[in-house]
Ligand binder design. Structure first.
Ligand code: 3PG
Length: 399
């Protein structure tokens, strides 16, 4: 795979697939620009070489052709400030107008295309759509790790039109390198921390991790399905009733494989899903009727922290509770503190994308862990051992 450092972009028009699927508030202001900041080094390298940049991305999951709230035009000002230049905007990706805007770019200039998903052909992986996009540049760079698990025109198909000029961006490279660090030749003890609402999102990764880790910590909403499956009373806590058998199977498998499986002994419970609700503590198997667990409790915090602090390799994906509400953030904060401490003591820590990355950023720990992934689903699929179409397309040499 050709890397950004192995390519001289002087005089080139670099067509870059980025993942600018960033959260926007109701006034279309970006609330977390991690994914934008992540690709700055790749873009700067191209500009410094004397190239120009054409950025293509999706934003959200638009259902119709051009929903205002999903327009990438909302990012133009932010990008212009980030790169200290007037970023140009093409209000589509395909027209002759967009082509001319790309052709007219001078070295050092940046053009942003409208949301790729305004065209159904993008998600269909349409070859003709990919070919038309390819006319806009003379080198293709993929730096959209977060979208590498999608087999779309701009991720998996377009590379075939750049047989000798397809390049792996810095973010993509760093994501793959760091993910490999928790897959092979890990330093032990190795602890995986899985949280979040649903077991169903994490089944495959949990099964794979059972062959790799020494400790598996399970917290967050998904822990209540385990508690219920073990015969506990969980009140109104989150439950995936159809996953209770699976939960028991995972407990059994962990035993057979000698993995130390830690489930929370206690919870912070509330009588409503609100930061203003009445709050109490309860044993995880004795949550009263009409109450729900919204965070791990103090005993669980202590047990989890001890294991994490003694680990040499840590993978964390998913929060321990509803950390966005201050009353239910202590569990996630305690885990974050322990991960930071372990990292200071020499552990390698990889934070999975999405909510756990948001939590780490909320506590301002982004630079105190080893690596925070920009990928959500993409990271999980990579960890599950699947081939990512966006990565495969960069590796394939055939036209
Ligand atoms: C993400 O946010 O995980 C990526 O941008 C992919 O988005 P998608 O799940 O809508 O394909």
């Amino acid at each position: 795979m050709k890397t950004v450092d192995q390519y001289n972009f002087a005089g080139k028009k670099a067509l870059i697939r980025v993942d600018f699927n960033v959260p926007l508030d109701k006034d279309f202001k970006i609330t977390d620009d991690t994914r934008i900041r992540a690709v700055v080094p790749t873009i700067n390298k191209i500009l410094q070489d004397g190239g120009s940049v054409i950025l293509m991305s999706h934003l959200g999951r638009p259902k119709t052709g051009s929903e205002e709230k999903y327009s990438l035009k909302h990012l133009v000002n932010h990008l212009s400030k980030t790169f200290n230049t007037d970023v140009k905007f093409a209000d589509d990706c395909m027209s002759e107008k967009a082509l001319h805007m790309a052709q007219d770019l001078e070295p050092g200039q940046i053009l942003l295309l409208e949301n790729l998903r305004f065209y159904k052909e993008e998600e269909q992986g349409d070859a003709e759509f990919a070919r038309k996009l390819s006319r806009l540049g003379n080198v293709y760079v993929n730096d959209a790790f977060g979208t590498a698990h999608r087999e779309h025109a701009s991720t998996a198909v377009i590379a075939r039109y750049f047989p000798n000029d397809r390049v792996c961006g810095y973010v993509m490279q760093a994501e793959l390198d760091n993910a490999r660090k928790v897959l092979d030749n890990v330093e032990r003890p190795y602890t995986a921390i899985m949280g979040g609402a649903k077991i169903s999102d994490k089944i495959m990764i949990i099964e794979r991790l059972l062959d790799k880790v020494d400790n598996l910590i399970i917290g967050g909403g998904m822990a209540y399905t385990f508690a219920k499956a073990q015969g506990g009373d969980i009140g109104n806590s989150l439950l995936e009733a159809d996953k209770m058998d699976l939960a028991l199977t995972l407990i059994q498998k962990a035993k057979e494989k000698g993995v130390n499986l830690l489930l929370p002994q206690d919870s912070v419970i509330a009588d409503a899903f609100s930061n203003d609700a009445n709050v109490d503590l309860a044993d995880n198997h004795h949550i009263p009727v009409n109450w729900m667990g919204l965070d791990i409790g103090p005993e669980a915090r202590e047990a989890f922290e001890t294991v994490i602090r003694n680990s040499k390799t840590i993978l964390w994906n998913g929060p321990m509770g509803v950390f966005e509400m201050p009353n239910f953030s202590l569990g996630t904060k305690a885990v974050a503190d322990a991960v930071v401490d372990a990292t200071r003591n020499g552990a390698f820590s990889l934070i999975g994308g999405g909510d756990s990355a948001a939590a780490v950023n909320l506590f301002n720990y982004g630079d105190q862990v080893s690596y925070v992934s920009t990928g959500g689903g993409a990271l999980l699929e990579y960890m599950e051992g699947k081939t990512l179409p966006g990565v495969h397309a960069l590796e394939t040499q055939t036209v």
